[in-house]
Ligand binder design. Sequence first.
Ligand SMILES: C[S@@+](CC[C@H](N)C(=O)[O-])C[C@H]1O[C@@H](n2cnc3c(N)ncnc32)[C@H](O)[C@@H]1O
Length: 228
Amino acid sequence: MLNVVLITMNEGINMINFTDFYNKMGPHYDRWMETGESTLEDELNLVLETFPNPCRILDVGCGTGRISIPLQERGYFVVGADISEEMIKVAKEKDLREAYTGNFLDFEYQQEFFNGIISLHAGFSYTNDDNSIRLMIRKCHGLLVRDGRVLWDSPNEDFYGRERVLKWPAGDEIVETICYGHSISNLKELFNKEGFEVGKTWGSYSPLRLYEAGLPRLIIDAQKMNKC
Ligand SMILES: C[S@@+](CC[C@H](N)C(=O)[O-])C[C@H]1O[C@@H](n2cnc3c(N)ncnc32)[C@H](O)[C@@H]1O
């Protein structure tokens, strides 16, 4: 069970859990992301540099298919998985062919099938529970081919703090939820324990910069190793 914030009142502010949040954001999400800290082009370039084309990619927390669709158009075989029905609905309208609705922790697929697993602006952002994170990393390990790679990104705790409030416009209302910053040392340790070797780490997409404590993102490129 993910450790998420349920509906609470905080100084008159309505806070909703992240699934409700993204269900409300579905039709508005792509436009909102255009105002974000990085460009789709820069995010996509990192994915294209990381994975050869063609190969099989699983996009965890694919949302509206902002990343999945351009990959599919370039010839990658892409499966998108997202817990929000409304985000997946938009992805399907944009013609994402392989879409799964549900929590990644419950995702079932052929083992050792994917060459790459990506999770941009999603990943571990909606849980602060190390056990859930380990289970997600373990799931990735099982789904990846030998030497498969994960490109996984969260807010950087050193930049945003442990809890980051998202307050975004969804049509004529403002919706709010909490996502979590993570620390590079903790995530590296969890990846190592689950049989991955962490390679490069970056701290921003636009421009692409290697990880530093003062940068907003924590983007990890991890390669599957054989478990002892
Ligand atoms: C900020 S959006 C990112 C969407 C997309 N990756 C992108 O870069 O545009 C985060 C998405 O992750 C999804 N998500 C978060 N935790 C999830 C989980 N455990 N399983 C499936 N989807 C999840 C949310 O529903 C939401 O659509």
